[in-house]
Design a protein around this ligand. Structure first.
Ligand code: CAA
Length: 696
């Protein structure tokens, strides 16, 4: 077995190699191994300098996140890194791939830093509800200044080696042959008699308190409700005020607070859930994906255009098909505008935008789709039209081409049955705007072949989406759960809450948008049509939607018509309440004989949220979703659920399923909100959490 941390001499240089696949995470064994190697190398008379490198695809990608739930074991990372920095001989780190979190903190603790040009460095702990806990908050500002340090740590976004060089975080960058160049640099240091240059011994330029207060205020908006970003500011401020050792101790305490917080537990759950979601439980791991070099998209509307852009952005050529030139021109016009906006905002270089745009070619002729490897149908939700399109695709597409529908809720099996190759068919449900939203529901039909699913997952990753596999049911995972959520939120209006109170309570809970504002955004007419198309057993009573339906009759369709539950400023799209809507809601309550009452924020959140959880549990029980984490990922990336609450099912576990069950029962008795899912009752009866049950 290869040693996790090995040591060899290359001339006068002691080379320490970390080899812990897949990403060289700092597990306990790696920390122990590195500490021993660095102490030994420090004592090795044959070594005049030390080089730390990593084997495999990347430098250290951080602490081993899976160990955060276990009791801590010595040595801790700060101790290991202090030993690196304290080494009496010059220590050089050489980075390839990514040096993230604790991995980059190792780089900071070394005396000289180099990287491949293609390497990236970053401090992404904030995405795990954490802060860099091994000196990162204290050393980064000493090299790059407090402002750059703040940016790096509060966005969590990795930066390229070139940028790191310009910020002073890396000293040298090489195009290739990293280890050779790094060894040559070590020789140079030995020849020049250069000793260790310790970052902790450098000072940090002072900054006034206003800078940090401004950052706190900004983050309170940008990272609403989150603990870690605020503590990062505190730590960086401490770096400008305290000697290194005190600052490091300050950081250590803040790190421990974050690590023990429910927020970090939730975000760590999502880290692993996202990676699990891309795995197919019952498909052999060695299933070979089909070749996917080109894509056809049918329908140049908002959805089709967004899907075409997602593919083109990832380097995949697209044939975009619509019924006539006028429809194509409109669609391509929107795509052009989107690229132009990205260029104008500086998010995309002009030549890159041009290259991406040129990958999209248009056609009105199905014969042009004969050679593509995947076709995604994205026309409007008319089942008969979709079936006709699939029959047509069956006749023109080459054997082995994958045929996907972007339907949001229809029966993928019925659509697939319109072809003679249902094994090649599946659903690829994008979320709007498709070029922005990260979620992709991969809908697995009864006959979808294993290699088609494997290819779909690979495709999703290639176009930088997060895939979640769902089986066929009305609305799949996301939209099916959304139905009862929206229903309860509308019912609350009839019982006494205002749209502002409902949305305000959910905003406070951390949702990107409240359910009433979302209804306006999606279009009240769209909601109406979708409801009318629901099968009898899922549709339920129309009563909760009385007001929404009346608004549609009045032409108040939501944001797109400038007015729905709210009025919208045509320029800023800012929502303001409309007294006439309040009056309409009150009148509807009167007509329906519903007594209006004052409803507190807790109930406002619990009613729709527990309805969401309840439906999620039904979905799990029916096997529509593979695991609870998949449901959480759908809500994180598709519906703006706050990451620091871990998704609806993680949240339900965290507040206790017995509480959820008793509230659902109470709401059903008082307001007819719906019976608890049998799975919820079973879990409470056996005293187990959702996570425990599905870990088995
Ligand atoms: N700890 C444990 N496991 C990790 C890990 C980590 N830090 N980083 C990645 N992995 C695992 C993944 O779970 C995955 O496992 P499976 O194959 O079993 O699903 C495997 O490594 C490969 O990861 P990806 O699928 O994500 O591979 P990728 O090539 O797409 O991305 C990566 C690689 C950019 C390193 C990405 O995995 C990543 O961003 N990792 C997290 C980095 C991070 O957040 N580091 C900070 C940790 S906290 C810390 O370091 C605190 C501190 O100060 C001490």
């Amino acid at each position: 077995m290869t040693e996790l941390v090995s040591y060899r001499l290359a001339g006068k240089i002691g080379v320490v190699t970390i080899d812990n696949p897949p990403v060289n995470a700092f597990s306990h064994a790696v920390r122990k191994g590195l500490l021993r190697r660095i102490l030994d190398a420090g004592q090795d008379d044959a070594a005049a300098a030390i080089l730390i490198v990593c084997a495999g695809r990347t430098f250290v990608a951080g602490a081993d996140i899976s160990e955060f739930d276990k009791p801590p074991e010595d040595p801790w990372l700060p101790e290991v890194l202090d030993a690196v920095e304290g080494c009496p001989k010059p220590v050089v780190t050489a980075v390839h791939g990514t040096a993230l979190g604790g991995g980059f903190e190792l780089v900071l603790a070394s005396h000289y830093r180099c990287a491949l040009n293609s390497a990236r460095i970053g401090l992404p702990e904030v995405h795990l509800g954490l802060l860099p806990g091994a000196g990162g908050t204290q050393r980064t500002p000493r090299l790059a200044g407090a402002e750059a340090a703040l940016e790096l740590m509060t966005t969590g976004k990795p930066i390229g080696a070139g940028k790191a060089l310009s910020l002073g975080l890396i000293d040298r960058v090489f195009d290739d042959e990293l280890e050779q160049h790094a060894l040559a640099w070590c020789e140079e240091l030995i020849d020049n008699g250069s000793g260790p240059l310790r970052v902790s011994e450098r000072s940090v330029p002072a900054l006034d308190a206003a800078f940090f207060d401004g950052a706190r205020e900004q983050l309170a908006r940008r990272a609403r409700g989150q603990l870690a970003p605020q503590k990062i500011v505190d730590c960086i401020e401490a770096a400008t005020q305290m000697p290194f050792t005190e600052g490091a101790e300050f950081e250590r305490q803040r790190f421990a607070e974050c690590l023990g917080s429910p927020q970090s537990a939730a975000m760590r759950h999502l880290f692993f859930a996202e990676r699990e979601a891309a795995k197919l439980k019952d498909v052999p791991k060695d299933t070979e994906a089909r070749e996917l070099r080109s894509v056809g998209v049918i329908g140049a509307g908002t959805m089709g255009g967004g899907i075409a852009m997602s593919c083109a952005n990832a380097g995949i050529p697209v044939k975009l098909l619509d019924v006539d030139d006028a429809a194509l021109e409109r669609g391509l016009g929107v795509i052009d505008t989107n690229y132009a906006i990205s260029v104008k905002k500086g998010r995309l270089a002009e030549d890159e935008a041009k290259r991406r745009r040129e990958r999209i070619v248009s056609t009105t002729d199905y014969a042009d789709l004969a050679d593509v490897d995947l076709v995604i149908e994205a026309v409007f939700e008319d089942p008969e039209l979709k079936k006709r399109i699939f029959a047509k695709l069956d006749s023109v597409c080459k054997a082995g081409a994958i045929l996907a529908t972007n339907t949001s809720y229809q029966d993928v099996d019925e659509i697939a049955a319109a072809t003679g190759r249902p094994g090649d068919c599946l659903g690829l449900h994008f979320f709007s705007p498709a070029n922005v939203m990260k979620l992709l529901e991969v809908v697995r039909g009864a006959k979808t072949a294993d290699d088609v699913l494997t290819t779909a997952i690979r495709f999703a990753k290639a176009i930088r989406k997060v895939p979640v596999v769902a089986r066929v049911c009305y609305g799949f995972i996301g939209n099916r759960m959304f139905n009862p959520y929206i229903r309860e939120s509308q019912q609350l209006l009839l019982e006494g809450a205002t749209p502002e109170a409902v949305d305000g309570a959910f905003y406070e809970f951390g949702m990107a948008m409240g359910p009433i504002a979302v209804s306006d955004l999606a279009g009240l007419d769209i909601g109406y049509k979708a409801r009318m198309a629901l099968p009898e057993d899922l549709r339920g009573s129309d009563v909760p939607f009385t007001v929404a339906d009346r608004l549609v009759e009045q032409g108040r369709l939501g944001q797109k018509s400038g007015a729905g539950f709210y009025n919208y400023d045509p320029k800023t799209r800012r929502a303001t309440p409309e007294p006439a809507v309040t009056a309409m809601i009150e009148e509807a309550s009167r007509e329906l004989g519903i007594e209006r009452r004052s409803i507190d924020a807790a109930e406002i959140v619990e009613r729709p949220l527990f309805a969401l959880v309840n439906e999620g549990l039904k979905i799990l029980e029916e096997g529509i979703a593979q695991r609870p984490g998949d449901v959480d990922i759908v809500y994180l990336y598709g519906y703006g659920f706050p990451a620091y609450r871990g998704g609806p099912l993680f949240y339900a576990d965290s507040i206790g399923l017995d509480k959820v069950l008793s509230r659902i029962r109470e709401f059903d008795e008082r307001f007819g909100s719906g019976k608890p899912a049998p799975l919820l009752e079973a879990l409470v009866a056996e005293g187990s959490s959702i996570a425990e049950r599905f870990a088995r």
